[in-house]
Design a protein around this ligand. Sequence first.
Ligand SMILES: C[S@@+](CC[C@H](N)C(=O)[O-])C[C@H]1O[C@@H](n2cnc3c(N)ncnc32)[C@H](O)[C@@H]1O
Length: 287
Amino acid sequence: MKSNDIATKPFIKWAGGKFKLAEQFLDHLPRNFNPHKNKFIEPMVGSGGFFFRLSPNNAYLSDINKNLITTYQMVQNDVERLISKLEEYKKLHIDEDFFKEQKKLYNDLSKKGKNNLEIAALFIYLNKTCFNGLYRENKSGEFNVPVGRKSNGELLPMSVDMENLRKVNKLLQNVELACHSYEQCLKEVKQGDFVYIDPPYIPIDKVSFTQYSKNDFGLEDHIKLSNFLEKISDKGAFFMLSNSDTENTRKLYHRDAWRIEKFDVSRSIASKAKNRVKAKELIIKNY
Ligand SMILES: C[S@@+](CC[C@H](N)C(=O)[O-])C[C@H]1O[C@@H](n2cnc3c(N)ncnc32)[C@H](O)[C@@H]1O
């Protein structure tokens, strides 16, 4: 399968987003993966960089972040009403007070788990207008990223590609969406399916950003994840995992039957632009 010409792009910015890198991933698809017959499964989908680059016919996408999945579901089921709300937010984003009020509203609605359309609109609004497009929660699970500004101090304008949202809506019509931890994807996996999994980074230094929600993903979690990958292999499915190139990654994901390959990438999310690093990245696969 080749990258689609009129590419559908991720509709949010996400730490560790793989859209740019995914062009290279296309050369690493398993040769025997048949996208017309078998499923593409991405259990830590985030902004779905690889999913959008691949645009498969048949997919299962999930993530542990509830509001992220609610937002995908609203794009899938109610894109025009979502777009109308976003058009309103675009006009109203005139000062920091408005941003703060919407952040509060978002956290209130999230706690109550009510009004999914509003949660999705706020999720996209906050993602487009907050500092660096980060998604970070405090210990109580509240979104706590400040407003984003340009270098001259002006607020970042809210820029959303509505046509892309409509394309995403079409692409999502053959996709099953779910919110759960990655282990629960196992029941979906059948022989010949392709699982791409992009877990939070194993840190290469102290400033690396790996926290996406109130539950951090530590070394113990990576050990469990490597065991999960064995179960995928046992089912006769293909998997590919990407992560930072560290000694720990190479150790934790070492199995005789698996292959480890190296990439050079420029990480797009760092606390300051000047801290952007040429990081080394690995892919690990069972084929
Ligand atoms: C590196 S990001 C994935 C980025 C994605 N490849 C993209 O292109 O945007 C890791 C994702 O794993 C999710 N996550 C963390 N722990 C998880 C778990 N136990 N089960 C499922 N998803 C999890 C986070 O919410 C985050 O979206």
